[in-house]
Design a protein. Structure first.
Length: 243
């Protein structure tokens, strides 16, 4: 099943081979079990400025930059983009609500998966729409020894966030690798769209409340509905595929 997915992927792109040397990890919803906090924080912040915004919308918008999420909600309800002042205000509110929710937990089996990936000499990148200033420090304290600021793409590195392919294309450029030398691990529909549009083999893990079909429909080459645990348990079979 994995082999046939890889086959159709390389055929579709007319790539000469499939030889993964790096894994591009999304962060929220993959490394951290943080999406429920982000979703609640968005709902509260939008509610403060009288914009209706549901948990489901938060999950469907996951991966966008904060600015883009705010513009999307403004377009839907007010027919215009938010001003910079409005964006700053709402993003500050959202960040404050998020921080009040306490320490985000690591995703179960994320540490085990990173350990395995590192032991297989695959380079680890993080590609996130997040704009937290302390992101690399947080990653280092949660998962010591896996991450490096040179192998990180955040909201500060891109002009267009997910679902645009720019974040994953930036990571590819930083890696110096070819698109057939990378696998992506994503949990959100827009993140999957971004990675697929960048021409990369994309594994979706469903770690939230969405129907897994949404991830398939976004173009994911493999979908694991059992979260990172199921991916971890199947990792060696996936990583053994070299074409
Ligand atoms: Ca995510």
């Amino acid at each position: 099943m994995y082999l046939s997915s890889v086959h159709s992927f390389i055929q579709h792109h007319n790539y000469p081979s499939f030889q993964p040397k790096a894994i591009f990890f999304d962060m929220d919803g993959v490394l951290y079990d943080s999406m429920k906090f982000h979703a609640s924080a968005w709902v509260s912040a939008m509610s403060d400025i009288k914009i209706p915004f549901t948990q489901h919308e938060a999950y469907m918008n996951e991966g966008r930059t904060g600015q883009s999420t705010i513009d999307g909600a403004f377009q839907l309800h007010l027919g215009r983009n938010a001003s910079d002042e409005e964006k700053n205000k709402i993003y500050k509110l959202k960040t404050r609500y998020f921080e009040q929710m306490g320490q985000t937990q690591k995703m179960p089996f994320a540490h085990e998966l990173l350990t395995k990936v590192q032991s297989q000499h695959l380079t680890i990148f993080v590609v996130t729409g997040s704009g937290q200033i302390t992101l690399i420090d947080n990653l280092e304290s949660s998962f010591p020894g896996f991450f490096h600021k040179e192998r990180l793409v955040t909201a500060f590195d891109v002009t267009q966030g997910k679902p645009h392919p720019e974040p994953y294309l930036q990571a590819l450029k930083k890696s110096g690798l070819q698109p057939w030398e990378v696998m992506v691990i994503e949990n959100a529909p827009l993140g999957v769209e971004s990675a697929v549009a960048a021409g990369l083999f994309t594994i979706a893990v469903n770690t939230g409340p969405l129907d897994p079909q949404v991830l398939k429909d976004s173009g994911a080459h493999l979908v694991f509905n059992g979260g990172i645990k199921e991916l971890y348990e199947n990792w060696d079979s996936i990583n053994s595929i070299k074409l």
